[in-house]
Design a protein around this ligand. Structure first.
Ligand SMILES: Cc1cc2nc3c(=O)[nH]c(=O)nc-3n(C[C@H](O)[C@H](O)[C@H](O)COP(=O)(O)OP(=O)(O)OC[C@H]3O[C@@H](n4cnc5c(N)ncnc54)[C@H](O)[C@@H]3O)c2cc1C
Length: 494
């Protein structure tokens, strides 16, 4: 074991939406900051390569197996500088005001957050500016109040998407412009927006890549994390810091805490509540593929969304969820079922190759909130990482699917094909909840500043803190929260 001779004020583990943003926020303090990331820098422009081909080659799956009972799988999660923001779709949307409240769903309650929308609002505004969000306050009835307009105007849609939106508007629906982060290089991410400008400008920040943190080491009383153990190449290093911030993604942060158990923390670090790893949420996701008679580029942006059924409809008084157009089947990260979706379609439309079919496709992503359950959890056993996950809120999601298919059919009877693909276990894109925050030490892992209740100098700023996931995409909330926690840390660091 090599003990690094430096002493850091802050050590951040992970460079995704949470860690990358926090590094940038803390850099101007001049404090000595170390960022450890298990992945490497991706080749420039690689985030623009995301498409079915890339995913079929599994380039952006984690290079390790996780387990569901005894079955292993490669999780769809990216290990590189920028984390999952290197492969995300750039949809940067705020949670709705009501998402912060206790909401009745058909399958139970979505719990209240103890920090409210009004507390997040200034950080959402800061996050939208930082990540160059393009948007427009339109006619979406769920749109939350804002202190400032979107920083940048909306991005143009493909004509086919506009046409569908015009037609469904005539039926009284309210298609709105999807807020997306776009900069000069394409989608904004936490490498280009967080890590890269930070290391370019601030020499008080050191980023070590290919550095996998394997254990947190506490002092004898167990009240403080003294050092972080990381594997770099085939060597093991100890890095010492005053404040340790985990941002490994909700699943990996929980696993790291559980793997760092010691005499003082036999159930895992910061786990006196026994909630570390529990309440894993990942939303119910389905892709509905619409095959149109006219070809499109197959490579377009996500630009429009429909929240008319977010809180339910006239036949179902519980939340159903969110719908957004996908980026085109050629380019998008359709779940592992995507080849079968297209092969089914190919049988129904003989004479077309898969690529041609993809260019006639418009995908719609449907997201429904899943509710936190202590049984849905991350576990570690014998060095293996297990996910125990049983979906809930299924009827709400099914209703959303069939409601949306009805809408699409109603605008063009000739379209007969609506194959769908549901997200399997390895789709953990919207993972969250595994270290929920709150004031009560018995019902939460983190306090409202995302500091662990049990260990004074240990924080978690990835999507672990969410008490509920909502049906909205989570990244902007992770980014805004990192800015909020960053402000707290700046005060703490003096
Ligand atoms: C295909 C895809 C599309 C998505 N599209 C959207 C979207 O359009 N809008 C949206 O809001 N959200 C989207 N998401 C989700 C979004 O990317 C995540 O919510 C967000 O990136 C979470 O940020 P995070 O900081 O929690 O973790 P991550 O971004 O996952 O970053 C975690 C980082 O920690 C590193 N790490 C993990 N363990 C260790 C360790 N032990 N040691 C060192 N480093 C470690 C990882 O390598 C990774 O770089 C998408 C996700 C995927 C996979």
């Amino acid at each position: 074991m090599i003990i690094d001779d430096q002493h850091y004020d802050v050590i951040i583990v992970g460079t995704g939406a949470g860690g990358g943003t926090l590094a940038r926020k803390l850099a101007p303090t001049g404090k000595k900051i170390l960022v450890l990331e298990q992945g490497d820098f991706l080749e420039k422009g690689s985030s623009q390569l995301v498409d079915v081909e890339v995913f079929k080659k599994e380039s952006f799956y984690a290079p390790e197996k996780w387990y569901e009972e005894e079955d292993s799988f490669f999780p769809q999660t990216n290990y590189s500088v920028g984390g999952n923001t290197k492969i995300y779709s750039g949809v940067l949307q705020r949670l709705r005001e009501k998402d912060f409240e206790k909401v009745q769903h058909q399958d139970g309650f979505s719990p209240e957050w103890e920090v409210k929308y009004k507390d997040f609002e200034p950080y959402y505004t800061e996050a939208e500016k930082l990540y160059q969000v393009h948007g427009n306050v339109g006619n979406d009835l769920t749109e939350p109040s804002r202190s400032e307009d979107f920083p940048l105007p909306t991005v143009d849609s493909e004509p086919q998407i506009e046409d569908i939106c015009t037609r469904i508007s005539k039926q009284g629906l309210n298609p709105a412009y999807l807020p997306i982060g776009v900069g000069k290089q394409g989608r904004t991410d936490s490498e280009d927006t967080g890590i890269y400008p930070t290391i370019k400008k601030y020499d008080n920040v050191t980023v070590k890549t290919s550095a996998k943190v394997v254990r947190l080491v506490t002092n004898a009383s167990g009240k403080e994390v003294k050092a972080v153990e990381a594997n770099i190449g085939d060597r093991s290093y100890l890095f010492v810091g005053n404040i340790i911030v985990l941002s490994c993604g909700a699943i990996n942060s929980a696993a790291l805490l559980l793997r760092s158990s010691n005499e003082k923390h036999p159930k895992g670090l910061a786990n006196s509540s026994d909630l570390v790893g529990r309440n894993l949420m990942k939303q119910l996701m389905t892709v509905v593929v619409q095959l149109s008679n006219t070809p499109n580029s197959g490579l377009f942006q996500r630009t429009r969304y429909i929240n008319d059924f977010y809180w339910g409809d006239e036949n179902f008084s519980y939340p159903m969820g969110h719908i957004q157009n996908s980026g085109g089947i050629l380019q998008d990260v359709i779940f592992s079922e995507s080849p079968p979706i297209l092969s089914v379609a190919a049988k129904l439309m003989p004479g077309f190759g898969l690529k041609q079919l993809a260019k006639r496709s418009i995908g719609w992503w449907l997201q429904t909130e899943d509710l936190p359950s202590p049984k849905n959890r991350v576990r570690v056993k014998g060095g293996k990482l297990y996910l125990d996950y049983t979906a809930n809120n299924i009827e709400a999601h099914d209703r959303l699917i069939y409601r949306w298919i009805d809408v699409l059919k109603s605008i063009d009877e000739k379209q007969k094909i609506y194959p769908r693909g549901e997200a399997p276990i390895q789709v953990v894109a919207h993972q969250s909840g595994t270290c929920r925050f709150g004031e009560d030490t018995r019902t939460s892992v983190l306090d409202l500043n995302c500091r662990t209740h049990d260990i004074d100098n240990l924080y978690v700023v990835d999507s672990s803190f969410f008490p509920s996931i909502s049906a909205t995409s989570p990244a902007l909330t992770v980014i805004a929260n990192a800015l909020r926690v960053g402000e707290h840390l700046i005060n703490r660091l003096g």
